[in-house]
Structure formats: structure tokens, C-alpha cells
Design a binder for this molecule. Structure first.
Ligand code: ATP
Ligand code: LTN
Length: 334
């Protein structure tokens, strides 16, 4: 707890440009939780280098991501929005936790297996210990809740296991975090293949709507969205393309699928797709406008970056010192 509030931690990698899926499935949720909890939202750049990155591009993307957190509605005066690499405690705790994690556990991680297949020329130790760094992120702030997508559940489970193992040896050091899974309707699928989730690393640019796409691009992508030949707008599993468009529409308008189906009853696919595109463009317009404004205000952003890194560092330091003492590191002479 910080004051009378429970603690929330989450983060995103600055790999690729944020998509509508990241926005509707994660960021928007974060904003709705931000009053209720004491929140830490990190740009997890240490995680990003588990895959080879172009340094200038990574720096730019990380800044854009941090700016988008704010543009999407997270108030940086209330939420701690910061770069993971600015708080050295993440790496320090990660090392200690590595010594409390078994290789057998890490061998079971499906994301590691997938990424190792995808990047077979660079299966580095960081990719392997990625979940331990994620555990350090969460445990460093004594987080009670962690909003994550279902693909990250396995990483949250290992975080809980590591924390419980540590606590059982040294006493109550870490809060055991709970996952916070968003609504299932918030899983947005690719516009080109509705059996695959919309993802920022998809090579087909028409598959994803990016948060910073302009209106014409958004409309064009929806116009090209894959549907079916059933010529009926209804919400069911046989029509995954239409269902995805309805999910997107509902997530933007807060309507239920039933209401949306009624609204588009008797309408053709062309008209329906344009209406969804318009709605998405209208939803993203204020975020884009705020992003442009913020990007121009270097001084303000720099101040936020500095102050929030200090705030995160303060809380991280408290946990880290406790852990260092528990495992037996000598006290620092001040
Ligand atoms: P990558 O392609 O690099 O794996 P990604 O687009 O799949 O990236 P992540 O960085 O893995 O996104 O996830 C960031 C956050 O966005 C997570 O909380 C995740 O659950 C959420 N998210 C990602 N894609 C979607 C999606 N298609 N629908 C809903 N939520 C999503
Ligand atoms: N692995 C996560 C990003 C991430 C994260 C975290 C999420 C890194 N550290 C801590 C929640 C809590 C991802 O790829 N979505």
C-alpha cells in the first residue's frame, strides 16, 4: 500500500508502433484504473534489448511510447510514468531473483520458446531470463495488481512462484501480485487475419491500425479489412472478421454487441466497415492531438521523466535495500 491505495504495476515494450489493440486492450484499461490505485507504468526498455534493436530507433520509440501513455490519458502527476532503464533497481533485483529461479521453470516459458524460434540467430541469456526481469519489475514496487494480456499470465505465475519462494525463506518481503485481466472483448484481432491477434510486430502494415495513423490511413485499412461472404452482420464465431469489427466498434463506443448488431442491421459490409473506421479515427483523434502537443513540449516531458524516475527510484530503493539485507549483503557505510 502507498497511503490508502493498493499498488498497480504494468509496462509495455517500445518494440514497434503501438496499435489499436494495445490501446483498447491495455492503455485504455490503465487509464480507467488509474484513480483507484497508486500506479507505476513503465516503458520497459531493458526488456527490449533481448531482441536486437537499432539504438536511435529504440530511443525514439521509447520516448514516443512514454508520450503516448500521457496522451492516452494517464496523468503523469498522479501516475508514475518512467523508463525502466532509469531505475537501476530493476536490473539489480533481477540478478538476485535469478538466483531464486530454476532453469526448469524458465524452460517451460512458452514466450521464450516462441521468441527463440523467431530469433534463432540470437537466443541470448537475456531472452531466457526475461520473465525474471519482469518479476523484478513487479516485486520491486510491491505491486498488488498487474494488468496484463492473457499471453503474459505464465510470466505472472512465475513471478508469484519466485515471490513465494523468497518469502518462505526470508519472511514476508514481497507482496504476492494478482493478475488483472481486462474484458475478453478487448482482444483485438488482425484486420487481415482475424484468427491472429493484432500485434505491433506484424509485418503486414494493413493488419494493424497504429495509434498515430492518420484518418485516411485508418479508413483505408478498415476498407480492406478481411470479412466473409455471408453478407450478414451478426456476432458469432463463424464470422470472426465481422465479430472483430464489432468488438472494435463496441470498445470505442461502449455499446454492447447486441446494440451494435441492431444498429447495422440491413447495412452492407462496405458501409459497416466505413462506420467502424470513422469511429476509430474519432476515438484516436484526441489522443493524436495531445501527442503532437506533448511532443513539442520537450521541457515538460523532460521534467516528467526526471521527476517520475526519482519517484520510482525511491520506492524501488526501499524494496531493494530490504532484499539485499535479507540475502546477507553487507550494510553500506554512509
Ligand atoms: P509484439 O508484437 O511486440 O509482441 P504486441 O502488440 O503483441 O507486441 P505487447 O507489447 O505484447 O503487444 O503487449 C502490450 C499490452 O497490449 C499488453 O497488455 C497486451 O495484453 C496488450 N495487447 C497487445 N495486443 C493486443 C490485442 N490485439 N488486443 C488486446 N490487447 C492487446
Ligand atoms: N512482458 C510484457 C511487458 C512487461 C510487463 C512487465 C507487463 C515487462 N514487465 C511487468 C506487466 C508487468 C509484455 O510483453 N507485454
Amino acid at each position: 500500500m502507498i497511503g490508502d491505495k493498493k499498488i498497480l504495476f504494468s509496462g509495455m515494450q517500445a518494440t514497434g508502433n503501438l496499435t489499436l489493440g494495445n490501446y483498447l486492450g491495455a492503455l485504455k484499461n490503465w487509464v480507467s484504473l488509474s484513480d483507484q490505485y497508486e500506479c507505476f507504468y513503465s516503458v520497459v526498455d531493458l526488456h527490449s534489448i533481448t531482441v536486437r534493436q537499432n539504438p536511435a530507433e529504440l530511443r525514439k520509440r521509447a520516448r514516443n511510447l512514454l508520450t503516448l501513455y500521457i496522451a492516452a490519458g494517464l496523468d503523469p502527476e498522479k501516475n508514475c510514468i518512467y523508463y525502466q532503464s532509469h531505475v537501476s533497481g530493476h536490473a539489480e533485483l533481477s540478478w538476485i531473483l535469478c538466483c531464486f529461479t530454476y532453469m526448469g521453470e524458465l524452460n517451460r516459458m512458452t514466450q521464450f520458446k516462441d521468441k527463440a524460434k523467431k530469433h534463432s540467430d540470437n537466443i541470448n541469456a537475456g531472452l531466457y531470463t526475461y520473465p525474471v526481469l519482469m518479476a523484478a519489475d513487479i516485486l520491486l514496487y510491491q505491486a498488488d495488481v498487474v494488468p496484463v494480456g492473457s499471453d503474459q499470465m505464465q510470466h505472472l505465475e512465475i513471478t508469484r512462484d519466485i515471490a513465494q519462494r523468497f518469502n518462505s525463506i526470508y519472511g514476508d518481503v514481497f507482496t504476492i501480485p494478482e493478475a488483472y485481466l481486462g474484458k475478453s472483448g478487448a482482444r483485438i484481432m488482425s484486420l487481415q487475419d482475424p484468427s491472429k491477434k493484432m500485434s505491433k510486430s506484424d509485418e503486414n502494415v494493413n493488419a494493424s491500425v497504429y495509434l498515430l495513423d492518420d484518418r485516411d490511413t485508418i479508413l483505408r485499412k478498415f476498407k480492406r479489412a478481411v470479412t466473409d461472404s455471408m453478407a450478414s452482420i451478426s456476432y458469432n464465431e463463424e464470422q470472426p472478421g465481422i465479430r472483430n469489427l464489432l468488438d472494435i466498434y463496441c470498445a470505442c463506443t461502449q455499446k454492447t454487441p447486441e446494440e451494435a448488431v441492431k444498429e447495422f442491421d440491413q447495412k452492407g459490409y462496405g458501409e459497416f466497415k466505413m462506420a467502424v473506421g470513422e469511429t476509430v479515427a474519432d476515438t484516436l483523434a484526441p489522443v493524436q492531438k495531445r501527442f503532437e502537443e506533448l511532443s513539442k513540449d520537450k521541457e515538460y516531458l523532460d521534467k516528467i521523466i526526471k521527476e517520475n524516475a526519482e519517484k520510482a527510484g525511491y520506492y524501488a530503493g526501499k524494496t531493494l535495500r530490504k532484499v539485499q539485507k535479507k540475502v546477507g549483503f553487507p550494510e553500506r557505510i554512509r
